[in-house]
Design a protein around this ligand. Structure first.
Ligand code: 2BA
Length: 108
């Protein structure tokens, strides 16, 4: 068994969870935030058998979209040491996925 962490955008979370549970995958939803944008995102925690992983990744790919986000970073200007915001576009992925081996899985 593998443990999958998938970080997805909040806008996609509801659809992807519905699609996963419809196919009988078990999912835990965690509210999270990205360190770079400091914006909310969703982390999905899923324990899956290796034979089912391709189906799970297909569902993530179908339901998670790449989006361009406009944000502003702050730069310090010298010599006055004042802070200047400047616009920045970042491409946020549909899903960032981590796959871990599971030593043991029990449900009581
Ligand atoms: P954030 O950290 O808010 O990052 C949002 C997007 O900003 C990233 O999209 C990437 O395009 C850009 N970005 C992130 N860190 C950057 C940096 N140090 N310099 C320049 N640009 C940067 P994604 O790569 O698709 O990541 C989406 C979210 O997935 C991230 O939100 C974070 O919550 C998570 N994530 C991505 N890679 C991760 C990793 N290696 N470890 C832990 N979490 C990760």
């Amino acid at each position: 068994m593998k443990l999958i962490f998938a970080i997805v955008q909040d806008q996609d979370a509801s659809n992807v969870i519905d699609a996963l549970t419809e196919k009988r995958f078990r999912v835990t939803k965690l509210s999270s935030s990205g360190g770079f944008l400091k914006a909310g995102n969703t982390t999905l925690l899923m324990g899956v058998e290796e034979k089912d992983m391709d189906e799970l990744f297909d569902i993530l790919e179908e339901n998670c979209s790449v989006r361009d986000e406009a944000t502003s970073m702050v730069a310090m200007t010298s010599p006055s040491d004042s802070f200047m915001p400047y616009p920045l576009n970042v491409r946020v992925g549909g899903a960032t996925i981590f796959i871990l081996d599971v030593a043991e899985y029990n449900r009581y």
